[in-house]
Design a protein around this ligand. Structure first.
Ligand SMILES: [Zn+2]
Length: 138
């Protein structure tokens, strides 16, 4: 059993196949972005017509409900939910800055960081003091 990723708003499944699907947009373009479900794997599949400029921000939204997926913890991040192979649910926050490889996984076991750029951020911010249960309703 692999990881299943869910939209935190509609709880729709974001990886019905082998990739995690998002809609991304900037003021000029809009398209589908496919990411690996493996934590720390930053290989990206993108429509060729959609130019990615390093260091620019892209707006990620749910392909099902179209809700903005910007993390409430940090505006540089996207936040989704993940059900792990052992059945536990965690929050996954990853950078939405093109070329920046930083992912934080926040769950019952604490926070794990992935990606060579994760040290740019303070992991503690992704758990917010006194806020450990804010997504426990999912
Ligand atoms: Zn959704």
């Amino acid at each position: 059993m692999n990881r299943s990723y869910f939209c935190p708003h509609c709880h729709g499944l974001l990886n019905p196949g082998t990739k995690v699907i998002f809609v991304i947009a900037n003021p000029l373009n809009r398209g589908l972005l496919l990411l690996s479900p493996e934590l720390g794997d930053y290989a990206v599949v993108l429509a060729e017509s959609f130019p990615i400029e390093a260091s620019s921000h892209y707006d990620f939204s749910c392909p099902i409900c179209h809700h903005d997926l910007t993390s409430p913890a940090n505006a540089n991040f996207v936040e989704i939910l993940c059900r792990q192979p052992d059945g536990t649910q965690v929050r996954v926050d990853f950078s939405r800055v093109a070329g920046e490889h930083a992912t934080f996984v926040c769950g019952p076991q604490g926070i794990r960081a992935f990606g060579e750029h994760a040290p740019r951020y303070e992991p503690v911010n992704f758990f917010g003091e006194g806020d450990l249960t804010r997504r426990s309703d999912g």
